[in-house]
Design a protein around this ligand. Structure first.
Ligand SMILES: Cc1cc2nc3c(=O)[nH]c(=O)nc-3n(C[C@H](O)[C@H](O)[C@H](O)COP(=O)(O)OP(=O)(O)OC[C@H]3O[C@@H](n4cnc5c(N)ncnc54)[C@H](O)[C@@H]3O)c2cc1C
Length: 481
């Protein structure tokens, strides 16, 4: 966007951003480099959305394992580096995955995998790779399961990906769309997995291979530093501002109404940049959209998650940052030890284990007390051969209603209906993980926000062809774990 907006005279367009997760924050940060007047409305009391951090007993914790991946767009990395300075650490990845009852380093390393993978498993994997050219392709409708079978073969599909996605999404792999494989499985063949492993060898490694960026004060420090910078550039953040209505006159969005301390507040806007869930947007539209759009939005589902924080009276539980559990014998998908993400040694005599339990409101775990969930957590660790033998102080939990988009077989049709209608609105743009129903990383949310700002014309309107081109680019986003 130009420094001065011709149509607006000296005052730039008034942009109201909905949501202060990474997408909303990055939009505010980029907008305030121009002449826009920016207001950010966030329901929560703090910034960062699913990428925020908070302290428990003096330890910085995230909503599950969060790493800033070096594959991010260089412009995004440059911003994060300049905002955080020395507080941004480049850490070696040091995790473990449980495969065939054995612990293997994750990300996979050639020598470790060779020594530790059960022999029968390794032989079967090799056979899948050699037989690939002769394997008959699955017939019928394509799904996550058929794409994985065709690309990776039976062994890795059935022992790793299928149970893992069943756990994460609560659906069988043949009930999940191809999109999930495209977004989530970056190595679509055993050969590519081996290639990735070879790049972990000394001499073949780049400066950031097998590493991740992590701020000293938790992943949320990235969002917080951007909020501070955007505020310094003139953005106004309103926390505790629950968007309750999005007002429109025919197909022109004119403003939004928030509920703050029980009071309704009206916010007029030239443009509304929305990063809240697109399903919420449809529900809050006033007047409501056509029935078929509402019906489509009602059919779109997000997967929830409970984060369990087990507070232990010891310096450290393991040397690992994260443990990955694809097996279905326990319902948690991953466990991280937050102190190990920043190599923190303080506070002494205390550490925390964070388990990710994918589940939806209404499932039995959702209404369980922290104490009960803590007991289950200890039991699961015992079953995995990681018994908790140190004193447990307590378990705390946090619940996310919008952890993952659910790409079931019908999602694309429903998403397209909602997306098409939202794209037809003037003065409104939906983006970010929740706004575009995108299974993505934080750096993708930043990239989308920068693209949204890039699509704002000097007259304060959205350049639609430019936005369409950016939307096309977003299709290449691949999730890093
Ligand atoms: C378990 C887990 C692990 C992850 N690990 C990683 C990782 O290692 N690396 C990585 O890069 N990414 C990771 N991610 C993804 C990352 O969390 C998201 O990509 C990122 O938070 C998306 O940002 P966003 O702003 O698009 O959405 P969100 O972070 O979801 O932000 C949306 C914001 O909108 C607000 N909002 C919603 N409704 C309203 C309303 N009515 N009124 C006002 N405000 C509202 C919410 O409170 C929230 O703050 C992980 C995600 C999960 C769930």
């Amino acid at each position: 966007m130009s420094k001065k907006s011709a149509a607006q005279g000296d005052a730039g367009p008034k942009i109201t951003v909905l949501g202060a997760g990474p997408a909303g924050i990055a939009a505010a940060y980029a907008l305030t480099k121009g002449d826009a007047r920016v207001e950010v409305l966030e329901r929560a009391p703090v910034a960062g959305g699913n990428s925020t951090s908070f302290q428990i007993d003096g330890i910085w914790c995230d909503y599950g394992s969060h790493r800033f991946h070096p594959v991010a767009d260089p412009a995004v990395i440059a911003d994060v580096k300049s905002l955080l300075g020395d507080d941004l650490l480049l850490q070696p990845r040091h995790g473990r995955i449980r495969l065939g009852g054995k612990w293997i380093h994750f990300p996979l390393k050639p020598v470790d995998a060779l020594l530790r993978l059960p022999k029968r498993f390794a032989a079967s994997l090799l056979a899948d790779m050699l037989m690939k050219p002769f394997r008959g392709k699955r017939t019928g409708a394509r799904s996550f399961s058929s794409v994985l079978y065709d690309g990776l073969g039976r062994t890795i599909s059935e022992s790793f990906y299928f149970p893992y996605v069943r756990k994460l999404w609560g659906l069988d792999p043949d009930k999940l769309a191809v999109t999930l494989a495209e977004r989530r499985v970056s190595s679509g063949s055993v050969g590519k997995i081996l290639g990735k492993m070879m790049r972990m060898l000394p001499g073949m490694r780049g400066a950031t291979t097998g590493r991740f960026y992590y701020p000293r004060e938790g992943f949320g420090q990235i969002s917080q530093s951007m909020v501070d910078a955007a505020t310094g550039q003139g953005a106004a953040f309103r926390f505790g501002a629950d968007v309750a209505r999005i007002e429109r006159d025919d197909m022109q969005v004119t403003g939004v109404v928030t509920l703050e301390d029980g009071k309704e507040i009206h916010h007029r806007a030239d443009q509304v940049f929305s990063t809240i869930p697109l399903t919420t947007v449809v529900r809050l539209m006033d007047p409501p959209p056509p029935a078929e759009v509402k019906k489509a939005a009602d059919s779109i589902r997000f997967r929830g998650m409970i984060l369990l924080y087990l507070i232990l009276k010891t310096d450290r539980f393991t040397e690992y940052d994260a443990h990955y559990f694809p097996e279905l014998t326990i319902p948690i998908s991953r466990m991280s030890e937050p102190k190990n993400y920043s190599s923190a040694t303080e506070p002494e005599g205390r550490t925390i284990l964070c388990a990710e339990l994918p589940c939806d409101p209404g499932e039995k775990w959702w209404s369980m007390s922290d104490e009960e969930l803590g007991e289950y957590f200890c039991r699961w660790l015992g079953e995995l051969g990681l018994p908790v033998t140190v004193p447990v102080d307590r378990c705390e939990t946090r619940r996310l209603a919008h952890a993952y988009p659910v790409y079931d077989l019908d999602y694309q049709r429903h998403f397209d209906t909602v997306d098409k209608w939202l794209l037809g609105l003037d003065g409104f743009l939906s983006f970010g993980r929740q706004g575009l129903f995108a299974h993505d990383n934080t750096h993708h949310a930043f990239a989308m926000a920068y693209a949204a700002v890039d699509s704002l014309s000097p007259d304060g309107r959205i350049d639609r062809p430019r936005w369409a081109a950016h939307r096309h680019e977003f299709e290449s986003h691949r999730v890093e774990d």
